[in-house]
Design a protein around this ligand. Sequence first.
Ligand code: ADP
Ligand code: MG
Length: 343
Amino acid sequence: MRVGFTYNMKRDTSPEGDEHPPSTVGSDVYAEWDEPETIEAVRAALAKKHIVIPIEADEHAFDKLQSTRPEIVFNIAEGAYGVSREAQIPAILELLRIPYTGSDPLTLGICLDKGRAKEVLAFNGVPTPGFKVLSYVNGNANGLRYPMIVKPLFEGSSKGIYNDSVVRCTKELKSKVQWVLDTYGQPALVERFLEGREFTVALIGNGDRIQVLPIVEIKFDALPEGASPIYSFEAKWIWDREDNPLNIFQCPADVDDTNRAKIEAICVKAYRVLRCRDWCRIDVRLDGQGNPYIIELNPLPGILPRPECNSCFPKAARAAGMDYDTLMNTVLEVACERYGIGL
Ligand SMILES: Nc1ncnc2c1ncn2[C@@H]1O[C@H](COP(=O)(O)OP(=O)(O)O)[C@@H](O)[C@H]1O
Ligand SMILES: [Mg+2]
């Protein structure tokens, strides 16, 4: 098959580099775009079975997609600017009537806005921590009790989530909300802080054939002493280095059958109510009593290729006996199946 491949490649953000902020300001501006190595790994995986047409998801993408008209597009583009950025390429593909992997613009937009995603979850009875979206500094967060966590409303890749994002009093809350408003130019999501174990769950498939891969646990005891027990920007991008990897993930997680079934059930329900397609990685955390809640959904999951890089979706796939190339081709296959395209 002729398979298009849409992506955004990380830029050089050094002062001499090609400075062109895609979404917000701050040192973590390009955190969500993919490294050349990841893009090459996906291309090579697909090229084992198909003719691949790589297309950078920039302002020329529409013309390139229109002129090349791939039979299907493997989409990992994060897009640029605003809460609907991940929806840009899928929206173009819908207009051109070209099939593509992954969720549609509506689901990508909703999941990037963590507050909207939580509204959909809560309405459908899927547990998610109590929250309030603040567009201005306000010390009264819907009667939530401390500690709380304060995050930018529509970022990913741990952007805007630092060690001091967990707040314990009105003063800390106000100052963190102000920081989010000023730094990211978007509302702050204030959420009840769940102090229990954290997991992330990779799912593949559609309809009544959704496969839950082995659960990954995030082990906070691997963090430096005194660090907040969260998977922060520091934990993801600073403390976890290739030359000194942070041993933070355990897969398969050590959970008993009952708890695993509970976690899997809320993830499958979340996947369905948000109408995810083909694949998604879902973050889950337990409260003090051990009850699982959905933190957020990642319908464009991170997929760093090398095992040392600690990327959760490929790690879960490996634990299920699926190597990187097989994972990419499986996602393509489930998308083809969904469209009724024979491979
Ligand atoms: N309500 C919460 N309670 C406890 N920890 C949380 C909560 N929300 C986020 N966190 C912590 O912050 C991390 C990043 O938050 P998340 O919403 O997943 O943002 P991102 O989109 O950057 O991954 C989570 O992996 C978790 O460790
Ligand atoms: Mg997350």
